[in-house]
Design a protein around this ligand. Structure first.
Ligand SMILES: Nc1nc2c(c(=O)[nH]1)N[C@H]1C(S)=C(S)[C@@H](COP(=O)(O)OP(=O)(O)OC[C@H]3O[C@@H](n4cnc5c(=O)[nH]c(N)nc54)[C@H](O)[C@@H]3O)O[C@H]1N2
Ligand SMILES: Nc1nc2c(c(=O)[nH]1)N[C@H]1C(S)=C(S)[C@@H](COP(=O)(O)OP(=O)(O)OC[C@H]3O[C@@H](n4cnc5c(=O)[nH]c(N)nc54)[C@H](O)[C@@H]3O)O[C@H]1N2
Ligand SMILES: [Mo]
Length: 737
């Protein structure tokens, strides 16, 4: 999120692509409703289903899944043609918008209407409303990301905001509603297989910075890998770990894993049945040597597998039985206090990890970064370690003491601006990152140049070179955070350029203490000097609309791998197949053109969430009262479609996937979906392809509700950059059960 949930109350228009906050972020959604009540803000919803959020919208477009890029180009085309774009903002702060303007011309309104299934008049009405009611905020979530073109979608949305000059202003921004409790923290912390904590890359320099910050020997770290080259390579993703077990080193979906398959799986805080293509997951689980599930509930990974030996269920404590810092969707930190001691024999996750590290022989190294040998204080010393080491996103100010003070005084902050009162004056709630120093205020809205850096101001980051194809990527004069010694663009700050950019002279002592650049400067002197000079340590450059190193330098529409519009596939084909994509060869165009999928699977499959359940759902299905609200797995189906197949309301039906899998669910008549698509929730497990697995739960652990897992039938398909599964755009066929 560039801004915050509270800041949405400053918006005059709110456009929501592929998110259903009334259901999935119901507390945060109150800010949307307050914007509506207080500023008469208009809410616009773009979703293939008429959701509870759509019910609160002023304008609603029922888009065909996977066509948000044409929709946004359609909007941009209208905006550019009418001159509604923010020319000064684009000139000063955006690189590559000309290419977007050229592509937008390829999307005249009739074409957009045909591809997206939204009426031309409505697209014009939405565009007019959104372009005129400023500031406007753009909100998205999984409806944009879970596609083969997910990353293109998530670039298109900021481009729309940049074109309208809606970035770096209160009430504007791109407000991406994050998922799990602390998922922002988990991402920042580096629970990803292509980076170190804080988004530091896997280059040797970053490893060395971490080795020395953690107080461990670099050679020892390197020695943990099969050979040094593996230290710099992406690992598997959660989406396709199963290929690491099942696939060979050659052939379809071959893996590149130093010649070996994966043999063990250790799961901490994931439901596993939430992974696309659950039957593959089951096959992989069956084939493992060892499977361990650390979970407060019986993880249904352990239920779907037929593996008889070496499956362990470790009782993890819940979030209420442990403490530490967590990060909210708007980059604010919070302190979480322990509510009760861990119950029965359960252990908090960190204790499980410590015990594991002891047995695997690297406990000393694991705790070394906390600085006090075996006498470290958990979790404070862990939080302080993070604040000491992670510079890239500015976590230096996040000491345990400060975060606690914010949480203890949460009532002393304004819910809209996040600004503190009384003794919290001069700080924003939760010190939203970047929080550059232990005195810094935190940064409530990213890229806001109307504030000094000291109070959260900054330009766009200089991260992609100083120029591209002879064009400067730095901003021109007059476009820099206010109050700085530079009033135009500048590079990120290094020991070498600091004196020139900041117009200062360093003492010999300062030079000796300083690291090579702001990201690896353990003294934090570079950052402190920057703040004094009103300079953002990461530089001040233009946002780039064009990512010249990617498969699609500007976002392009590409039909889903399994598209209901075979006629459009040849105009908008998917990507070329990609080798060694997070260690797995991944099919794109070859899968898309393997057969005329739409002929045998004519119905769009949309998956998503329910308000009373979460994720894989076991936590909620194990609760009597929550389970009672949706006791059975179901499918929302338009009566017109159901009628064609002779499926009655409340009758059982089969849904079949292009992969040859099927699920048996209860038909639920609903006009929220059009007759060309169905919707299924993602929260069930415990039944597979019509077979009830209830007998496999350990005594006394059978949830109050079980059902087919949506992911048994989600289609093959993975994002070209991140490998997120295409669980929001696929096809299916239905039949009476
Ligand atoms: N109650 C509850 N709250 C939750 C969760 C939960 O499981 N239950 N999960 C949490 C997590 S982990 C996450 S990530 C968030 C997710 O929050 P959301 O992203 O809001 O969740 P979804 O319901 O999966 O998807 C949102 C909408 O995208 C629409 N959609 C599908 N395909 C497309 C498309 O191609 N284009 C557009 N424009 N829209 C599309 C769907 O119809 C759906 O209404 O919610 C979080 N909050
Ligand atoms: N078809 C389809 N599939 C999807 C999605 C979709 O929209 N459509 N959405 C995807 C998204 S965005 C997400 S985030 C995933 C969500 O899927 P999961 O991450 O699988 O969702 P959860 O059910 O929240 O899983 C959390 C697990 O952790 C356990 N747990 C809870 N607290 C703790 C704890 O403190 N410690 C430990 N060790 N365990 C704990 C819970 O009991 C549960 O088993 O699903 C993805 N899958
Ligand atoms: Mo999520």
């Amino acid at each position: 999120m560039t801004n915050s949930l509270g800041d949405i109350q400053n918006s005059n228009a709110i456009i929501i692509f592929g998110a259903n906050p009334a259901v999935n972020h119901p507390v945060g959604f109150q800010h949307f409703l307050k914007a509506k009540e207080r500023n008469n803000a208009k809410i616009i919803v773009i979703d293939p289903r008429f959701t509870k959020t759509a019910a609160k919208a002023d304008l609603y477009a029922q888009i065909r899944p996977g066509t948000d890029i044409p929709f946004m180009y359609g909007m941009l085309n209208i905006i550019f043609e009418n001159g509604w774009h923010d020319k000064n903002f684009i000139n000063d702060r955006v690189y590559g918008m000309e290419d977007i303007m050229a592509e937008a011309k390829n999307w005249p309104i009739e074409r957009v209407a045909d591809v997206t299934g939204v009426k031309a008049d409505l697209i014009v009405q939405i565009t007019k409303l959104y372009a005129s009611a400023k500031p406007g905020t753009l909100v998205w979530a999984m409806g944009l990301t879970q596609h083969t073109i997910g990353t293109s979608n998530t670039r298109m949305a900021p481009i729309l905001q940049l074109a309208l000059g809606n970035m770096g202003v209160a009430g504007g921004g791109t407000n991406i509603l994050r998922g799990h409790d602390n998922v922002q923290g988990a991402t920042d912390f580096g629970c990803l297989s292509d980076s170190l904590p804080g988004y530091y890359g896997l280059a040797e320099g970053s490893w060395k910075y971490f080795a020395s910050s953690w107080g461990v020997d670099f050679d020892w770290l390197q020695g943990r890998f099969k050979d040094p080259s593996w230290m710099g390579k992406n690992g598997f993703t959660l989406a396709r770990w199963w290929a690491g077990v099942l696939a060979g080193n050659e052939g379809e979906d071959a893996i590149h894993n130093a010649g070996t398959n994966l043999k063990a799986l250790f799961v901490m805080g994931n439901g596993i049945t939430s992974t696309a293509q659950t039957k593959k997951v089951k096959e992989a689980l069956d084939k493992l040597d060892l499977a361990v599930f650390c979970d407060p509930f019986v993880n249904e990974g352990a239920i779907i597998t037929d593996k008889q030996n070496d499956v362990y269920i470790l009782p993890a404590a819940t979030q209420f039985e442990t403490a530490g810092s967590v990060t909210a969707t708007n980059r604010s930190g919070q302190w979480r206090y322990e509510v009760i001691k861990p119950m029965y024999e359960s252990k908090p996750d960190q204790e499980i990890m410590f015990e594991l590290a002891k047995r695997l022989g690297f406990y000393e190294q694991l705790i070394a970064g906390m600085g006090k040998g075996k006498d470290f204080v958990w979790p404070e010393d862990a939080t302080n370690e993070i604040s000491r080491v992670i510079k890239t996103i500015g976590l230096t100010g996040w000491t345990a003491d400060r975060l606690k003070k914010h949480t203890d005084n949460w009532h002393m902050f304004d819910e809209i601006s996040l600004a503190g009162y009384g003794e919290m004056t001069g700080e924003y709630y939760g010190l939203p990152w970047p929080c550059w120093t232990t005195k810094h205020s935190g940064s409530p809205n990213l890229y806001d140049i109307s504030k000094p850096v000291k109070f959260g101001g900054m330009g766009f980051r200089q991260n992609f070179g100083l120029e591209h194809e002879g064009v400067s990527l730095l901003t021109p004069k007059g476009s820099a955070p206010v109050g700085g010694v530079q009033d135009g663009g500048y590079p990120e700050i290094t020991k070498e350029n600091i004196e020139a950019v900041l117009k200062i002279t360093l003492t010999e002592d300062e030079k000796a203490k300083m690291g090579a650049n702001w990201k690896v400067d353990k003294s934090n002197l570079i950052v402190e000097k920057c703040l004094e000079a009103g300079i953002a340590p990461y530089g001040n450059a233009k946002a780039r609309a064009k990512v010249w190193t990617w498969a699609d330098p500007i976002p392009k529409h590409r039909e889903p791998l399994h598209s209901p519009r075979t006629d459009l596939v040849k105009d908008y084909p998917s990507f070329a197949d990609k080798k060694d994509h997070w260690r797995v060869d991944t099919r794109y165009v070859s899968e898309q053109t393997k057969q005329d999928w739409a002929k045998d699977f004519p119905i769009n499959l949309v998956t998503g969430r329910l308000v009373n359940m979460n994720g894989a759902g076991v936590e909620n299905r194990a609760s009597k009262y929550l389970a009672k609200l949706t006791p059975e797995m179901f499918c929302d189906i338009n009566p017109d479609l159901a009628g064609r197949y002779g499926i009655r309301d409340g009758a059982m039906m089969w849904i079949h996937s292009p992969q040859g899998t099927k699920i048996k669910v209860k038909a639920h008549y609903s006009y929220s979906v059009t007759p060309d698509r169905v919707f299924i929730p993602i929260h069930f497990a415990g039944v597979m392809e019509g077979v009830d697995l209830s007998h496999k739960y350990p005594d006394g652990t059978l949830p109050y509700a079980t059902g087919e897992s949506a992911n048994t039938i989600t289609n093959y398909g993975y994002d070209i950059v991140t490998q997120i599964p295409e669980t929001k755009g696929g096809l299916c066929q239905i039949s009476r059960a």
